[in-house]
Design a protein around this ligand. Structure first.
Ligand code: CTP
Ligand code: CA
Length: 226
């Protein structure tokens, strides 16, 4: 019975998950990106699927295999991810922003390959739209889960992001910790809500971490429905 009950914790819910690292191009063959593997977001999509949700996974560059039974939307840049997320956010019950979105993008995207001329190269960048903050501003009933990758003052930075971006939960990890963060199969996250620390999870496989997170989300949804 326990199995059946957990299989339906998110039944009928629409969950949008973003994952991977965005790619910001500045000429036809060159781009800027980051170290995200996309594994955490993909694990979250699987966990939500297994709890009965209808899942859309909006993914930028990733090395993770595509999970079955979820709708995959492949994007490249922060702008494309923004468009994809906003077009689906209205009908979503939950949005989980696990993607590593570029904070800046090159202002100019050259039509032809840049030639090696000067001794230095300056690529001027401009800020991207903060997708999570935009979702927070437009929030109309969605349960918003953000991520925070930090190297110091974890709780302070996480709580600041939660408040600034109007999230319901923030999943924070200390990327300097062994077995946490980018390009590994494990993670050790602390989950915060408006009132502070909810749960500090130990080092776990990303799928186990994802299961715990999505069960917490399901509990919160059930609680607010009462
Ligand atoms: N995020 C986003 N759009 C951006 C930048 C970040 O949606 N343009 C989201 C991430 O997906 C994550 C959360 O915001 O869920 C926090 O990302 P993070 O990089 O930790 O925070 P920033 O606000 O970008 O601050 P900083 O990089 O300076 O720590
Ligand atoms: Ca950032």
């Amino acid at each position: 019975e326990l199995y059946l009950a957990s299989r339906s914790m998110l039944l009928g819910k629409e969950v949008v998950v973003t994952a991977g690292g965005t790619v910001e191009r500045f000429d036809p063959v060159r781009y800027l990106t980051n170290d995200s593997s996309g594994k955490m977001g993909f694990a979250i999509a699987e966990a939500a699927r297994d709890l009965g949700a209808q899942v859309t996974l909006i993914a930028a560059r990733t090395t993770a295999p595509t999970p079955g039974g979820v709708e995959l939307v492949q994007v490249e840049s922060a702008q494309q991810m923004l468009d994809a997320v906003l077009s689906r956010a209205d009908s979503a019950d939950v949005v989980v922003k696990a993607a590593a979105v570029a904070d800046y993008r090159p202002i100019i995207r050259h039509e032809t390959k840049l030639k090696k001329t000067g001794d230095t190269l300056i690529i001027e960048m401009e800020k991207t739209t903060d997708i999570l903050a935009e979702l927070g501003r437009r929030k109309n009933g969605q349960f918003l889960v953000g991520f925070a990758a930090e190297t110091d003052r974890l709780e302070e930075h996480a709580m600041d992001k939660l408040q600034r971006k109007n999230c319901d939960l923030i999943v924070a990890n200390d990327v300097t910790m062994e077995g946490a963060g980018f390009n590994v199969d494990t993670n050790a996250v602390s989950i915060f809500d408006r009132d502070g620390l909810v749960e500090a999870l130990p080092v776990l496989g990303k799928r186990e971490t994802a299961d715990r997170l999505m069960r917490l989300v399901a509990d919160r949804l059930a609680g607010s429905a009462k």
